[in-house]
Design a protein. Structure first.
Length: 203
């Protein structure tokens, strides 16, 4: 069953999900369904994502600590949050992105694959690509996240998530179902985020 669309939070600057500020996606909902079908993403996966929302919601900040710790411990990843002026990390930029990243966890677990969600995935891709990076937060940082790190980050993001999914006493089988649903959803989203990186007509 489809869930209500996420309402943009005024407390998260730059979070424009579901607003007129987000351009229409260049692919259709029908094409999105074909990608989901290719991923073997089912309604059961959507169900287990929604189950995971209640599990993860109390631990979002702790989860972000893990993910930010990973990025911060790798200079080649932290590089994309550095100032052009001195090459040092822009803490304001990191914090702004962190707030949206936390909301991304909840949005992913809501499993709403409607037009607003599809539009916002393409927007997230733009914000990694030179066509849109830095504009949301008005920062003077590195202009482009190299594509190679988008798919490479799937594993550390999803692997470190698994212990959090076991926090509410679900069986090992249920935790595995939540984890597999997350894996499929992250692959789906990274695929959509890749749109700005692909030559026009090739996506």
């Amino acid at each position: 069953m489809s869930q209500p669309a996420t309402v943009p939070s005024p407390g998260i600057p730059g979070y424009t999900y579901g607003t007129a500020a987000v351009p229409r996606a260049p692919i259709t909902l029908e094409e999105l369904e074909l990608v989901k079908k290719t991923l073997l993403f089912s309604e059961e996966d959507a169900h287990w994502l929604r189950v995971s929302r209640d599990v993860l919601a109390p631990h979002v900040e702790e989860l972000l600590d893990v993910w930010y710790g990973f990025v911060g411990s790798h200079p080649h990843l932290l590089h994309y949050f550095t100032r052009l002026s001195d090459g040092r990390p822009d803490t304001g930029y990191l914090e702004a992105v962190r707030k949206r990243f936390g909301q991304w966890v909840l949005d992913t677990a809501a499993a709403n694959y409607d037009q607003a969600w599809l539009d916002y995935q393409i927007e997230i891709g733009r914000r990694h690509h030179r066509s849109g990076k830095n504009r949301t937060d008005g920062v003077a940082s590195v202009e482009h996240v190299h594509y190679r790190y988008l798919p490479a980050l799937i594993y550390p993001i999803v692997a470190t998530l698994k212990p959090f999914l076991a926090r509410k006493g679900h069986s090992a089988e249920e935790v595995e179902k939540m984890w597999e649903a997350w894996l499929k959803s992250v692959i789906l989203q990274i695929t959509l985020w890749s749109y700005p990186y692909v030559r026009e007509g090739d996506f």
